[in-house]
Design a protein around this ligand. Structure first.
Ligand code: NDP
Ligand code: GDR
Length: 328
């Protein structure tokens, strides 16, 4: 009998890549679909990866514990990946309560639902490098103290500690992946990398002249979502649950990302990029750079896609999409 996996957030960037990976591994893949007036658009990432027809979607919402208990009781998964969240940091200042409810309490709903409906299932929580926030150590590992700098990061930290609490209190096989930024052609358009590669493609095709950004000096450790979802799966294949940092160990600024993206199409960012305080945040995380030595040693995980290749892939995908008039 094939293993059964259940993914919350299956319609997001990571959910789509993880579903694809698990299908390749022979899993039966189920996911949570929240009700929307445009359900077709919500599965566009799964369609892009060609897996929409191979996953089973169930109506529900992370904020509705009854829906989670019902679905997990029906599906009886071996592995549960909790990826659903209000994941855009900037919006978390505009919607702090929603972010706390979905990103923080929602994870506890998922833990409670697993404990009630399928207590033997292994559990993955999508923790974030944003929890490190204000820099305490120049390179962040599993032992670096946390200092969240946004409602999003505070909600993620609550979910992180609750996952550890459920592991220690109830013996659940629950692991947290503290993932640094990871991107792909399926990244939401509001995040800076995709905003840049989409902008570069539009400028190259003559569809727009300028790209308006916020803080160009922020530095992030950017990897590819395909590599990072593999790490999620590896965590749940271990005999013992644990927490792992997943990162490339290289930090680049938003400015450097822009330079590389514009260079992909033979343009100079200085001719096109302008800044606007509208895109600044009430509190910024200046630099994040991760040390994934533990994951390398214990999971045998290593990233495969360097930043240059990631940027090329994203720019190429945006050029192709715009040329074909495809997915926004
Ligand atoms: P996305 O924003 O692309 O996807 C978020 C997913 O959560 C979507 O499927 C969304 O559904 C779903 N969702 C939101 N609210 C609810 C709700 N109330 N009930 C059910 N589902 C809901 O995020 P990513 O794929 O990039 O990230 C996956 C997870 O990893 C998130 O938890 C994120 O915070 C975390 N993370 C991401 C990192 C990154 O760099 N990408 C780094 C570290 C952590 P819908 O399609 O309906 O909007
Ligand atoms: P982040 O991603 O906040 O790191 O969270 P985002 O791409 O939004 O911002 C990265 C950095 O770029 C700066 N920036 C801009 N950001 C956006 N979105 N738009 C702009 O125009 C812009 N200009 C500069 C930001 O200030 C910031 O410093 C992502 C999400 O996926 C989280 O869910 C996840 O937990 C973390 O990564 C790790």
């Amino acid at each position: 009998m094939s293993k059964i996996a259940f993914i919350t957030g299956i319609t997001g960037q990571d959910g789509a890549y993880l579903a694809s990976l698990l299908l390749e591994q022979g899993y039966a893949v189920h996911g949570l679909l929240r009700r929307s007036a445009s359900a077709d658009g919500m599965v566009s990432r799964l369609k892009w990866l060609g897996v929409a027809d191979r996953v089973t979607l169930h109506d529900g919402n992370l904020t509705d514990l009854s829906s989670l208990i019902r679905v997990l009781g029906d599906v009886r998964p071996h592995e549960v990946y909790n990826l659903a969240a209000q994941s855009f940091v900037k919006s978390s200042w505009q919607q702090p309560l929603l972010t706390g409810t979905v990103t923080g309490l929602g994870a506890v709903n998922a833990l409670e639902a697993v404990r009630t409906a399928c207590p033997e299932a292994r559990f993955y929580q999508a923790s974030s490098s944003e929890m490190f926030g204000m820099i305490q150590e120049p390179v962040q590992s599993e032992t670096t103290p946390f200092y969240p700098r946004s409602p999003y990061a505070a909600a993620k930290l609550y979910a992180h500690w609750m996952t550890i609490n459920y592991r220690e209190s109830f013996g659940m096989h629950a692991s947290c992946g503290i993932l640094f930024n990871h991107e792909s052609p399926l990244r939401g358009i509001e995040f800076v990398t995709r905003k840049i590669t989409d902008g570069v493609a539009r400028i190259k095709l003559g569809l727009q002249q300028q790209l308006v950004l916020g803080n160009l000096d922020a530095k992030r450790d950017w990897g590819h979502a395909r590599d990072y979802t593999r790490a999620m799966w590896l965590m749940l294949q271990q005999d013992k649950p644990d927490d792992y940092v997943i990162a490339t160990g290289r930090a680049a600024s938003v400015r450097e990302f822009c330079e590389m993206a514009f260079a992909c199409v033979g343009l100079d960012m200085n001719d096109h990029v302008v800044t606007d305080p509208r895109f600044l945040r009430p509190a910024e995380v200046d630099v994040l750079k991760g040390d994934a030595s533990k994951a390398k040693q214990k999971l045998g995980w290593q990233f495969e896609t360097p930043l240059e290749r990631l940027i090329e892939e994203m720019v190429e995908a945006d050029l192709a999409r715009l040329t074909a008039g495809g997915r926004a």
